[in-house]
Design a protein around this ligand. Sequence first.
Ligand SMILES: Nc1ncnc2c1ncn2[C@@H]1O[C@H](COP(=O)(O)OP(=O)(O)OP(=O)(O)O)[C@@H](O)[C@H]1O
Ligand code: SF4
Ligand SMILES: [Mg+2]
Length: 361
Amino acid sequence: MSQLLEVTDLVKYFPVREVQGLRMTNVNVQAVDGVSFSLDTGQTLGLVGESGCGKSTTSRLLTRLLEPTSGSIVFEGTDLAQLPEPRLRPFRRDLQMIFQDPYSSLNPRHTVGTILSTPLRVHGLAKGREKQRVEELLELVGLNPEHINRYPNEFSGGQRQRIGIARALAVEPKLIVADEPVSALDVSIQAQVMNLLGNLRQELGIAFIFIAHDLGVVRHFCDRVAVMYLGKIVEMGDKEDIYNAPQHPYTQALLSAAPDINVVRGIPPKERIRLVGDVPSPVNPPSGCRFRTRCWKAQEICATQEPPLEPKLDSGSEQVIACHFPEIKQDLIADVANSDGLSSGGLGVSTQPEDPRLSAR
Ligand SMILES: Nc1ncnc2c1ncn2[C@@H]1O[C@H](COP(=O)(O)OP(=O)(O)OP(=O)(O)O)[C@@H](O)[C@H]1O
Ligand code: SF4
Ligand SMILES: [Mg+2]
C-alpha cells in the first residue's frame, strides 16, 4: 500500500481570554499539540479519547476547516497545512468530511438534489448527467432516488446521515474524515449506517480517519487506532495490538472502562481500572507527561520529561507509546469485535473523586 497522508507535529492553539485573578488575560487553549501519524491508501485509522482531547480539532485541521498553528499535513506529496485557499481547492475534492450532526450539517432550504449536485458542479464532475449521478448516489447509500426533490426535514436522522455520506462520496474522495458519524443516531440505526460505511469502504477503497466514542465501533471499523489525551497521541498501533496488548496506562483505563459487555454476556468482570479526577485544562496542561496527574504509575521523571511517542517493548509490532514505564496489560476488554461492534457503549471513564487515585477489582 502506498502512503496517502503524513501528518507531522500538528499543532492548534486557540487564543482565548481568561479571567486570572481580577484581570482578563490572553491565553492559548492547546487543543492539538504535536500530533503525528501516517495513513496508507484505503487504510482506516480510529481516533479515540475522552471528550475535549482534540479529536474534532484534529479532523478539522486535516480537512483545513481550521488553520493549523504549525505542523505539516502532507497529502500525496503536497503539504496542505499552509497552502492558500486557491491552491487548496483541488485537494478539497480528495478530502471529505462526514459530520456528527445530520440535522445541522445539511442546508434545510436546499433539496437533496441541490445538496448532492452542488459538489459535482463545483468540481466539474458528471457534466450533463448531474441528475443521473445524484440518483446513483442516493441508491448507493440506500435511499430512494425518487426522493431527489425532498428537503432534509422530510428525512429521518439516519436518512439524513446517509445524505451526508452521499455528499462526501459525490466527489469520489480518497480520504473521508468521519467525526462521530453515528453517535447522534438511534442505536438501531447506528448499525445500519456503520454497515453502509463498511461496505462503501471496501467497495470504493476509500481511506478513513474515524472518530468515535464507542470502542466497539472503532474496533469493528478500523485497521489502526490512535489514542489521544489532552491534545496528544499517547498510543497508536494496529487495532489488535491496542485492544489486546495496550501498553499506555491511559489506553488501559479506557479499555477497562468500556461498559460491561462481559457482564451482559455472563462473563465475570476482568480487572477494572477506574480513573479519577478531571482532565486538566488544555490552557495549562501538566509538565512532562500530560497524563501524570491521573496516572497511578507516575514518578518524578514523568513531571520533568515528556515521554516521546515511540516503540517500547519488543513486540515486533508498529505500536508506539508515549510513556516512560510502558507495560503490556492483556484481557482488559472482552471480545467486542465479535459482537455486533456497536454494543460496548461509550468511552465511559469514571471520574469519581475518590482516593486512592485508582482502584482495581
Ligand atoms: N474554537 C475554539 N476556541 C477555543 N477552544 C476550542 C475551540 N474549539 C475547540 N476548543 C477546545 O479545544 C479542546 C479540544 O476540543 P475538541 O472539540 O477537538 O475535542 P474532542 O476530542 O472532539 O471532544 P468531544 O469528544 O467532546 O467531541 C477542548 O478543550 C475545546 O474546548
Ligand atoms: S509517562 Fe509516567 S505519568 Fe505518563 S503515563 Fe507513563 S507512567 Fe504515567
Ligand atoms: Mg469532537
